[in-house]
Design a protein around this ligand. Structure first.
Ligand code: SGN
Ligand code: CA
Length: 532
């Protein structure tokens, strides 16, 4: 009896101290734009030899890395809307970048505030409108600029001099050290523009990797022979679509204002160049001038030109990643200085994956692995086992519920993911999902990837491109991890195809995806490859 009372007293004390905000962890969520897992050392991809991310790798060695982490819709705004709402795109209403997010809906930061958390967001939001649910915020307008960006604060728009990744980190460090209320737990979201197109590194990184060759992806010269037609009608090839001036800054100066070779491209490269100060431009020209000169001299053609473009692209992309990696180092140092490192969950993620020459491409959008995957690394002191790796199928759909459970808040019934807290504790729930659902909607649009939906299990992937008749793809990820052999329609795979189709329908019912898929463009919107 005595024991029981003691237990009761302890439990009451624990609950009340939890409610007071003690013991509940702070959450630092560092989120970037277009950072593919294979450009993180700890993910052991083909870029590992470059050692691109020592600070993120250290985070992984101290926490848990999710090897099978995926998005629901591989594009920026939609991925962020899924994270905010814990609901698929068709439920939160933000299906493609052209939409505006309804900030009045239920989102996790508002629910965290209700249980006593302080919330702040700095950097790229891409959801349009004034953020709700945050005690403090400053967001980049639209895609934001790499140099001397404008930022929108609650009290208006201001230009801040400096390199965007550093500017955003400064704001976060300032909030942590000076602005937050120290007696409340917090959720701080630090959302970088980097390494988004057009890839502009910090001045201190312009010559990084000059002396090395970046390894090439095995599929750099993929001809998409076995895919359904959409893979041959895209506009994201390094060869045909990546522009020497616009994307790679060859000979590019602010005065050089010729239109980009692709009609639909916006003008971000020019805007970014024009924004730089004379001093910044001098350093920029000093770094790229000699590289451009060597390029002109070499007079490359065909495959050699593609190889050169790939090197320039991959280096600039990884230089941008370097800035992000340094930001993580700085943020973690700040947590240590403030002595809150032990009670702060640190998370690293990015809105989707990316092609870094894989399949000959850049950009994302497809349901193929490189852009379906998202990095997801969590260090939760006292909870995650250092250096552990989880292999359950997880999605950005799960983040909101995870944050809420971490904070001891109630998870609303209508959220569609699952809290990852059990996985973070190292548990292996028997009833964990066996497949994930995906749906991409933005077509016609830049890069011309048609709408598609699909299912991915541990072993297989089935995709349906529904705008141009019945186009399907089926891959066995165990025997064909690069997704080069479309098995759809082959007799020996009819059984698995039927099973997957059934499961796919089940998922669509489960998530209540009733989005209109009847709209059918009459023809491919742009180029048709010769011979088709
Ligand atoms: C811009 C980019 C595209 C990119 C979209 C969406 N062009 O339009 O390459 O696919 O954003 O990216 S750029 O010339 O402006 O860089 S997203 O990450 O925001 O969804
Ligand atoms: Ca993105």
């Amino acid at each position: 009896m005595k024991h029981k009372m003691k237990y009761h007293l302890l439990a009451t004390l624990l609950i009340s101290s939890l409610m007071m905000g003690k013991n509940r962890p702070n959450i630092l969520f560092v989120f970037t734009d277009d950072h593919a897992p294979h450009a993180i050392g700890a993910y052991n991809g083909w870029l590992k030899p470059v050692n691109p991310t020592p600070n993120i790798d250290q985070l992984a060695s101290q926490g848990m890395l999710f090897e099978k982490s995926f998005c629901t819709n591989s594009i920026c705004g939609p991925s962020r809307a899924v994270i905010m709402s814990g609901k698929h795109s068709h439920k939160n209403g933000f299906m493609n970048n052209g939409n505006s997010f309804d900030w009045n809906q239920q989102i996790f930061p508002k629910l965290l505030q209700k249980v006593g958390y302080q919330t702040a967001i700095y950097g790229k939001s891409h959801l349009k409108g004034k953020p709700q649910g945050f005690n403090d915020w400053a967001v980049l307008p639209g895609q934001g600029l790499y140099y001397n960006p404008d930022m929108i604060f609650a009290d208006g728009r201001k230009r801040i001099d400096g390199y965007c990744t550093d500017v955003v980190t400064d704001l976060a460090v300032e909030w942590l050290t000076e602005k937050r209320e120290k007696d409340k737990p917090f959720m701080l979201m630090v959302q970088h523009k980097a390494p988004h197109r057009n890839w502009m590194p910090a001045l201190r990184h312009l010559n990084l990797y000059d002396d090395i060759e970046i390894p090439e992806p095995a599929t750099l010269f993929d001809k998409w022979e076995d895919n359904a037609p959409p893979a041959r009608h895209q506009e994201l090839e390094i060869d045909r679509h990546m522009d020497l001036n616009y994307d790679l800054f060859v000979d590019l100066t602010p005065e050089y204002n010729q239109p980009a070779s692709q009609k639909r491209q916006d003008r971000s490269a020019w805007h970014n160049m024009k924004r730089m100060s004379e001093e910044q431009l001098t350093t920029w020209r000093a770094a790229y001038g000699p590289k451009d000169e060597a390029f002109h001299k070499a007079n490359l053609k065909g495959k050699e030109l593609v190889r050169w473009k790939f090197q320039r692209y991959a280096k600039n992309y990884l230089r941008c990643v370097k800035g992000v990696d340094e930001s993580i180092g700085r943020l973690r140092e700040t947590l240590k200085e403030l002595k809150i490192d032990d009670n702060t969950v640190v998370i690293y993620s990015s809105d989707q994956g990316f092609y870094i020459g894989d399949h000959g491409w850049y950009d994302k959008r497809w349901m193929y692995e490189e852009s379906l995957m998202m990095p997801f690394i969590v260090k939760w002191p006292g909870v995650t086992k250092p250096g552990s790796r989880d292999r359950h199928l997880v999605q950005n759909l799960d983040y909101a519920e995870t944050f809420l459970e971490m904070a001891g808040a109630k998870v609303p019934e209508d959220m569609q993911g699952a809290s990852l807290v059990p996985l973070l504790k190292g548990e292996k729930p028997k009833d964990w999902r066996r497949s994930i659902y995906y749906h991409y909607y933005e077509y016609p649009s830049v890069h011309m990837i048609p709408r598609h939906y699909g299912i991915r299990t541990n072993r297989h992937k089935l995709m349906h491109f529904y705008q141009f008749g019945e186009e399907w793809e089926l891959y066995d990820l165990k025997t064909d991890p690069d997704e080069l052999h479309n098995l759809y329609g082959q007799k020996e795979h009819a059984k698995i195809t039927a099973q997957l189709k059934k499961q796919l329908l089940k998922l669509q019912k489960h998530y209540q995806d009733d989005s209109d898929i009847s709209e059918k463009p009459v023809a491919w919107q742009k180029q048709v490859r010769p011979g088709e």
